[in-house]
Design a protein around this ligand. Sequence first.
Ligand SMILES: CC(C)(COP(=O)(O)OP(=O)(O)OC[C@H]1O[C@@H](n2cnc3c(N)ncnc32)[C@H](O)[C@@H]1OP(=O)(O)O)[C@@H](O)C(=O)NCCC(=O)NCCS
Length: 210
Amino acid sequence: MLAALFAAPVVTAETRTDPPGPALFPAEEAVIARSVDKRRREFTTVRHCARTALAGLGVPPAPILPGLRGAPIWPPGVVGSMTHCAGFRGCAVAHAGDLRTIGLDAEPADPLPDGVLEAIALPAERDAVLAAAPGVPWDRLLFSAKESVYKAWFPLTHRFLEFSEAHVELDPAGTFTATVLTAHAGEPAGFTGRWLCRDGLLITAIAVPA
Ligand SMILES: CC(C)(COP(=O)(O)OP(=O)(O)OC[C@H]1O[C@@H](n2cnc3c(N)ncnc32)[C@H](O)[C@@H]1OP(=O)(O)O)[C@@H](O)C(=O)NCCC(=O)NCCS
């Protein structure tokens, strides 16, 4: 799936199951010592994906700990993004000399629960979603695109972004654009990304060249 959304020099790894065996570094173990099994499994498997992808960059295995506001701390010289949802764990990484930032989000391809669209969408976004042709859960896709925007945005700015602070336009051809309505000087004014709806999953992806 991720190979359809990212091109070299981005390296990706993904899985739809939690294979037995992958181990965590002690510092990672400490992060999830008190977590429920579901969280342990997604945390462990996505780090297995991350280490597989990092190996593709020639980067040796290393702990990937949550940093400021949960953003992953990548090995020096690496940018990346991770996602996990029911039935999918994935990671995309690149050398920082090639890419400035990456945003990746996966969601089940189901409509959002009642009331969530109103909470996450600007009026124009909600109108576009409600007018779009059936066949894709556009409301969930909008949500995912916004999550990808945040994951690409945060490592660059270290600033939280409300859902109302970016206007996302989804193109049925498989791309999207996001305009950050509140960008300060020096912050990214927007992003472009790609999306995919396949095999029960929605995936959105942003890769910003260095
Ligand atoms: C952080 C957030 C984006 C995660 O998305 P999610 O759909 O809940 O979960 P996913 O499984 O897709 O992604 C989780 C991974 O995102 C990464 N992540 C968490 N916080 C992050 C941050 N601040 N910046 C970048 N990546 C982050 C982590 O790798 C995390 O996995 P881990 O905890 O195992 O390390 C979401 O919980 C959130 O806080 N959203 C509010 C902000 C937002 O989206 N604003 C919209 C602006 S338009």
